[in-house]
Ligand binder design. Structure first.
Ligand code: HEM
Length: 275
């Protein structure tokens, strides 16, 4: 089990509860956040950055350098203004890789091509069951092809939202999964492993979106948080929301969220016992 003691706790890391407790529906659930909350730095930064150094790089289309460099300037300034070290990384790397090597977040660059928001560059070390190489160069809706109900629940709102994003706005949203793996890097094509109920991990993706100054591009960041149910069980409201959200997962989504569904019963039982 990874050491979660030196990492952000649920209430420190999340602006709001990540769970929908009404009927199931994918929602935008974007919240405005302030500049200070854009990225998150905790005591595990060194460990995460070390791990990132061994992750694959080079996920970028030709032409993405200029906006990636502007994003790198934004990241570097943000870190420097908060006294966080931001010089470790070699000039020879593509600027998007340099961004990723400085932040615990993964970073994706979205640029408009022929009226569509396209994933043109990324530093993605810690995906949650998706393969970044297969998404590079795809427009937003196509990236979400494997997500059941995306069409009915969300399209075209994510793209419209990005079209209309004001210059100075930063938003966050969250996604969540149950997993028995404590790894930060979860690739697709896996076997579901059993684990003790208190070791089931609630994995949260805290995502942010913001325009990159002096460019037409948008930065999409993904920060992974992992908490074993042992930790979640100590928070009554969060536990009740999770139990409710697990009950709500509809059949049409269960194959897509198969690991979450496989661990759902055991997670619910555990939380009900400790509450
Ligand atoms: C406001 C904007 C967005 C919304 C509302 C949204 C919504 C969603 C939802 C509901 C899912 C499924 C979550 C789950 O598994 O629990 C998802 C998955 C995903 N999203 Fe987004 N998303 C947004 C922006 C983006 C952007 C900008 C990217 C750029 C890379 C992105 C990349 C992905 C990927 C790679 C997946 C996994 C797809 C797969 O399983 O193959 N999303 N998103």
């Amino acid at each position: 089990m990874f050491d979660y003691q030196n990492r952000m706790k649920p209430r420190e890391a999340l602006e709001v509860s990540p769970f929908n407790t009404g009927t199931f529906e994918w929602r935008m659930n974007t919240r405005s956040i302030d500049e200070n909350s854009w990225l998150q730095v905790d005591a595990a930064r060194e460990d995460d950055l070390l791990l990132k150094r061994s992750a694959p790089q080079g996920l970028h289309l030709a032409g993405s350098e200029e906006s990636s460099q502007k994003l790198l300037n934004l990241v570097t300034n943000w870190l420097e203004n908060r006294g966080v070290p931001s010089i470790n990384n070699a000039d020879v790397m593509h600027p998007i890789d340099r961004c990723g090597q400085l932040t615990q977040e993964d970073v994706c660059l979205m640029e408009q091509i022929d009226g569509l928001w396209v994933f043109t560059a990324g530093s993605v070390s810690f995906p949650t069951r998706w393969d970044p190489r297969l998404k590079l160069g795809l427009p937003l809706d196509q990236i979400h092809d494997p997500v059941p109900r995306y069409e009915a629940d969300l399209r075209p709102r994510p793209a419209n939202f990005m079209n209309r994003m004001p210059k100075d706005k930063i938003v966050s949203r969250t996604g969540w999964t149950l997993t028995s793996s404590d790894s930060l890097r979860l690739m697709p094509y896996y076997r579901i492993e059993k684990c003790a109920p208190d070791e089931i991990i609630l994995r949260i993706e805290r995502q942010t979106l913001r325009r990159i100054p002096e460019s037409e591009a948008i930065a999409f960041t993904i920060r992974i948080h992992r908490w074993p149910l042992e930790i979640i069980g100590k928070d009554t409201d969060l536990s009740n929301d999770l139990i409710r959200a697990l009950e709500m997962i509809p059949d049409e989504v269960s194959e897509y969220k198969k690991e979450t569904v496989a661990l759902s019963k055991s997670a619910q039982q555990y939380l009900l016992e400790v509450l």
